[in-house]
Design a protein around this ligand. Sequence first.
Ligand SMILES: [Zn+2]
Length: 115
Amino acid sequence: MNGNDEYSSAPPPSDLDPGSSSQPSRMYVHESGWQISIKRGSDRVFCHLMEPEQDYYHRLVDGEIYLHQADDRICLSCAVRRGIIATEPRRLRDDAPVFLPDSGEPPIPVPGVDD
Ligand SMILES: [Zn+2]
């Protein structure tokens, strides 16, 4: 019984591993509207963007993680290059809530109170 221990032989992932500290391990999409999916199957699906040295749309392959919005599909490589995926979380001070001007009307009518 030694055929299924491929996972147990690897050391557990550690956030304290100094060897991985230089690699960003978390990614953020600050632009709204994007969804994440995993390409499944062999149907022909192409990244919406081109690599700088290429003049064709490259194909997304089975198992590849990609972003999509409407009919646009973008591989992670292109998303990082375009800045859609960031490795830094959005700063809280840049994400202050926007208060809409008071329209003078209550947002939700409450029966018995707003009569
Ligand atoms: Zn791409």
